[in-house]
Write a new protein. Structure first.
Lengths: 351, 745
């Protein structure tokens, strides 16, 4: 199990159910040995896209290449991909070992050898010795691992996960996602991972593909998406963000001079023209002080959160949401303050 | 290994075997091993299609042979996928077309159509029904065609699904659509003295069907009105009674609920005319009540039981348990939360019942009413036993066929009318069930206790249902008691002689066992044929259920619709249709066991499909998908994952189709022969001859047999648990299979 996963390329891939366009034709290239998440709100077409890659749905248009081979017309079994289902889909009437060995036996391996390799796969996911149990005799997290082992043991070119952690409780979700990430990196797998949870996506991904309304809103590394979202949707989906309107006064090479009420900022220009512009400000990039020089604001509400304090500020730009470390002085509601921005946390975006 | 990568060659070999080697036609005295190689036979009827064409000048087989070789390149995986698909589709399709055309074109009197005489000249030859070779060749060509379509990307490229859909569609076409079409076309045949139009008009507008003279004069109305009146009354009464029972069982503190529920099993395990028999023994000329009145008051009660009143009473007794069963589901489907909400909104129990519970049940009540309506419409056993001069459609069809006049045209016209009414009721039922979904909209999350019934409603339900339950038991008990006295009404000496007449065993001269009782032959035949039919029914039914609930393909809705329609065809119609269709080539199977088995299978298919769909809907779809992504072929996924998880549904379907095959009368009565006599038909004939003792003894034996079969399911299904999390998977399927929609009789 040491080979590196194959690269995956989607070319104009689209799916339509009658009148419903579940996935609009899209292009995507995924490097071998990386973990890519498909992130987006419910109903945006993530599962459909994943199932097309798996071969469980026939694409209405476009092609799919795995490791350079066109697999568009191949059936699920011929593609050398594996999938971990949201419900795990462990066969309840088979032992854990038989579950894991199922794919190997299907591919024509002899039972004895299949079992030996299944044992090894179970060991990889830390379930050595659990082979004789029935899936119903295991906890949710263990079932999840069995599902992963069952998919892994086939040494797939691409491993697919559809919201694999949604049936687990919060604490377990954290550990499991780290395990999946560690396993993927250790074995050099190509993984496509569907989730609607942005923190999960940020934690495990090499690349995140944010989807909206059946198309790709933006694709990039977690840092790119968080720090330089292309549009308001991506910005707000990737974490808390304040959306305000400013004005590009002057464009200076790659940079732009932007006025925001009383403030002037120099930001990356990102292909925007001079004139009114949408800006996204991360809550942690808002600085509050007593001194002037910033935008005049009043504290509308403050909420103590332990490690930090959240403020809602009334400003000429509209209400701003802001997070401040607790060691700073706590402000009371009604206090007049002055606001400035850390340019790192302010991005000019397309609407 | 995917199914796709395997070649179609084995299927081609099957078609090849059927066309070149095996005897094409059905052999008079069965096929011997030596007769299997039908090449070089001097007798054309014993030859394969190829040999008939080559050596006996039957040129109409050449297209079949040509199509076979046209398909060969496709089966050999020569050339690109598209080319292969082309060869398979054309070869398979043309072969199938050639087989059908030659089969229809040449009958027992040469060419079937006049213009062919003109074209090819008189044909001195004739052709018998298709046999082993013909059937295998047809199957082979069909599968070559579906393989080709799968290669072209139909059915997501899945050969197994393509083949399954092909087989299902083909068998529905041959065993339901074609016969029903034949019946309908019989209406249009001219009668000796009348032309086509006049004959058709005379048949369809017959005053014996539509006459309304009973409104003004004390004579009988037309059979249509008789049937309709009977079905309306039966449906209304059974629905009301069923509702009372259902309310008691689900919404009251009644102690013996389980005992009441047992009532629902009665119609499944008893032949449909047992109630009729019981009523005769109570109210008939020599019945208990009549004798008593005669002895005590000196009053002759007369023969009122033979006619509308008697049939109605028998049907209400017979079908109340069915309405009961349907309505249990309806009442249980109502979310307690809605009733609780109503009560917290200050409604009294009575108001909650009338304003919330009843309206929510309405679609379900409509469904139960229509189920009973269809049951009554299709019932044959009770009217034949009790009807007397009161004719309904099903019995009139029977007498049109077996009576002195043998008027198939009239039978066809009656069958068409019956079919139309059944389809209408069936359509209404689908609408009623469809609109029922809002009842359980809140789904599983429901909690809370069902609201107890208002006192008035509860007392009413008790007052109606409990006496009726007692009466039902009495009727059944009477029916069975009749088997243990010498001559009911005249000689009350207890005896087992009826049983010995039916089931006597003797020692032969060499000490071997001789089954000398009169019933053995039909009992063994029935068990044997029912046992052959059961696995086919269950298999086809579950396959259909799987295809319909798991696959999406073009024509899926059409297949579903066709399957639903087969559910709606009354047994009597099927019976007439089968003898009309299958006593001539190309499928000449009247008088054989095949026609009975086919009848069982296609009449009971709903049982398999329903329990399959119910079970499948409990089964997480991603289980099959997981198997597919784990490199399993569709067939392997079905065999190793779906089937094992459906075991309870399979057992249920097997046992119920067995039991129903054993107790059915309406269609089978047309199809039996001296060699293949069915238990129920044997019993009916005893009843018609007035030999009640033997009939009842036989019924008792059947009931015991059926109870054993049902007990077996409970044993097998009840014990099966796959583990705590999948318990829900296994628990579901036992119930739905019992809910009938088409006529059962
Ligand atoms: N089998 C189907 N038939 C019709 N529409 C479907 C089907 N599956 C999904 N859709 C539609 O496609 C869209 C995308 O669904 P899906 O891929 O499941 O979204 P996600 O996984 O992002 O929540 C939805 O609007 C959904 O209603
Ligand atoms: Mg989804």
């Amino acid at each position: 199990m040491s080979k590196t996963g194959a690269e995956l390329r989607l070319q104009g891939l689209g799916k339509r159910y009658g009148a419903v366009q579940a996935v609009k034709p899209l292009d995507l290239a995924i490097k071998g040995g990386t973990l890519t998440t498909l992130l987006g709100p419910s109903g945006c077409g993530k599962t459909t896209l994943l199932r097309m890659i798996a071969g469980l749905e026939q694409a209405t248009e476009g092609r799919i290449f795995i490791g350079g081979r066109d697999v568009t017309l191949l059936s699920a079994g011929e593609r050398n991909v594996s999938m971990v289902f949201q419900s795990y889909a462990l066969f309840p009437h088979m032992s854990v070992l038989d579950n894991v060995a199922y794919g190997l036996v299907s591919s024509g391996l002899r039972k004895r050898e299949a079992h030996a390799r299944a044992e090894a796969a179970l060991e990889t996911v830390g379930l050595k010795g659990f082979g004789t149990r029935l899936p119903s005799e295991m906890s949710g997290g263990q079932q999840q691992r069995v599902a992963v082992a069952r998919a892994l043991v086939l040494e797939p070119d691409v491993l697919l996960f559809d919201e694999p952690l949604s049936n687990l409780d919060t604490r377990l979700r954290r550990t499991m996602r780290e395990e999946i990430r560690a396993l993927q990196q250790r074995l050099g797998l190509t993984v496509v991972y569907v989730t609607h949870d942005q923190s999960e996506a940020l934690a495990v991904s090499d690349m995140i593909v944010v989807m909206r309304n059946a198309e790709i809103a933006q694709a990039g590394t977690p840092h790119e998406l968080y720090a330089r979202p292309d549009n308001v949707f991506v910005a707000t989906f990737m974490g808390e963000a304040n959306h305000v309107r400013g004005r590009i006064e002057r464009i200076d090479g790659p940079m732009a001079d932007v006025t925001l009420d009383a403030l002037r900022l120099t930001l990356p220009q990102r292909g925007l023209a001079a004139g009114p512009v949408d800006l996204v400000i991360r809550p942690e990039a808002i600085r509050i002080s007593d001194a002037g020089g910033g935008i005049a604001a009043t504290v509308a509400r403050e909420t103590y959160m332990g490690s930090h304090t959240e403020y809602h500020l009334a400003t000429p730009l509209g209400e701003l949401f802001c997070v401040a470390p607790d060691r700073l002085r706590r402000r009371q509601a009604g206090e007049a303050v002055s606001v400035t921005f850390d340019p790192e946390g302010v991005v000019a975006v397309h609407p | 290994m995917s199914m796709l990568t395997r070649s179609s060659f084995p299927i081609w070999l099957l078609a090849c075997l059927g066309t070149l080697v095996l005897p094409w036609n059905m052999q008079q005295d069965g096929v011997r091993l030596a007769g299997l190689i039908a090449l070089g036979q001097p007798d054309p009827e014993a030859s394969s299609a190829f040999w008939q064409a080559l050596a006996h000048g039957r040129f109409w087989f050449w297209p079949v042979v040509a199509a076979l070789f046209l398909a060969l390149p496709g089966a050999l995986k020569a050339g690109s996928r598209a080319r292969q698909a082309g060869f398979l589709v054309w070869g398979g399709g043309l072969g199938l077309a050639a087989i059908v055309l030659q089969g229809l074109a040449i009958g027992i009197q040469g060419w079937s159509w006049g213009w062919m005489n003109a074209l090819f000249g008189e044909l001195p030859d004739r052709q018998f029904g298709m046999g082993l070779g013909g059937s295998l060749a047809a199957l082979g060509f069909l599968l070559l065609l579906t393989d080709g379509l799968a290669l072209r990307g139909w059915f997501k490229g899945d050969r197994f699904v393509a083949g399954a859909v092909g087989v299902l569609a083909g068998s529905i076409l041959v065993f339901t659509a074609w016969p029903v079409g034949t019946v309908l076309s019989q209406i249009l045949t001219p009668r000796e003295d009348l032309g086509i139009l006049a004959a058709t008009g005379a048949r369809l507008l017959d005053s014996k069907i539509w006459g309304l003279s009973c409104v003004s004069a004390p004579v009988g109305c037309g059979v249509f009105w008789n049937t309709l009146m009977l079905a309306f009354s039966t449906a209304t009464l059974t629905t009301l009674l069923g509702l009372c029972f259902a309310l008691i069982v689900t919404r009251s503190g009644f102690r013996a609920k389980r005992a009441l529920r047992l009532l629902t099993v009665l119609p499944i395990i008893t032949p449909p005319f047992v109630i009729g028999l019981g009523l005769i023994l109570i109210f008939g000329r020599s019945g208990v009540i009549n004798q008593m009145f005669d002895a005590v008051f000196g009053i002759e009660l007369g023969r009122w039981i033979y006619g509308y009143g008697g049939v109605l009473l028998a049907q209400v007794f017979s079908f109340t348990p069915i309405a009961f069963l349907v309505l249990i589901g309806v009442v249980e489907g109502i979310s307690p939360a809605m009733e609780e909400a109503s009560q917290t909104l200050r409604a009294s129990r009575m108001r909650t019942f009338t304003a919330v519970t009843l309206p929510l049940m309405l679609p379900g009540l409509a469904n139960a009413w229509l189920v009973s309506f269809v049951e009554s419409l299709a019932d044959f056993g009770n009217p034949i036993v009790l009807g007397g001069s009161f004719g309904v459609l099903s019995t009139e069809i029977f007498f049109a066929v077996v009576g002195a006049q043998q008027d198939f045209g009239r039978a066809a016209a009656l069958a068409a009318i019956m079919l139309a009414v059944a389809l209408l009721a069936f359509t209404l039922q689908r609408v009623a069930v469809g609109s029922r979904s809002y009842v359980s909209m809140t789904g599983k999350g429901d909690s809370g206790l069902p609201t107890p019934l208002p006192r008035l409603v509860r007392n009413l339900a008790y007052a109606v249902a409990l006496p009726w339950a007692v009466l039902t038991i009495v009727v059944y008990a009477m029916a069975l008691a009749g088997g243990f006295v010498r001559v009911w009404g005249r000689d009350w000496t207890p005896t087992l002689s009826h049983f010995t007449r039916a089931f006597a065993l003797e020692r032969g001269p060499e000490g071997d066992l001789i089954f000398s009782g009169g019933a053995w032959h039909s009992l063994f035949t029935t068990i044997e044929l029912a046992a052959i039919a059961a696995p086919i029914t269950a298999g086809l039914g579950l396959l259909a259920a799987w295809v319909l609930s798991r696959q999406r393909f073009r024509g899926r809705t059409a297949l579903e619709f066709a399957l639903m329609l087969t559910f709606a065809v009354p047994g009597t119609v099927i019976g007439v249709a089968y003898i009309l269709t299958f006593n001539l080539p190309p499928l000449e199977i009247t008088g054989t066991a095949i026609i009975l088995v086919a009848c069982f299978v296609f009449r009971n298919l709903p049982v398999g499909v329903r329990s399959g769909i119910a079970a499948m809907s409990q089964l997480d779809k991603s289980l099959d998908e997981a198997a597919i992504t784990l490199r399993a072929s569709t067939f392997r996924a079905l065999r190793t994952v779906v089937l094992p998880l459906l075991k309870p549904a399979i057992v249920t379907a097997l046992v119920y189709s067995f039991v129903r095959a054993m107790t059915t009368v309406s269609a089978v009565i047309f199809l039996v022969s001296a060699e293949y006599e069915m238990a129920t038909v044997f019993i009916i004939n005893r009843v018609i001859n007035g030999d009640y003792g033997l009939a009842i003894a036989y019924c008792a034996a059947l009931i015991v047999l059926m109870m054993a079969a049902i007990g077996l399911i409970n044993l097998l299904v009840g014990r099966r648990r796959l583990g705590r999390r999948s318990a829900a998977l296994a628990a579901a399927p036992a119930a739905p299979a019992t809910t009938p929609a088409g006529g059962r009789a």
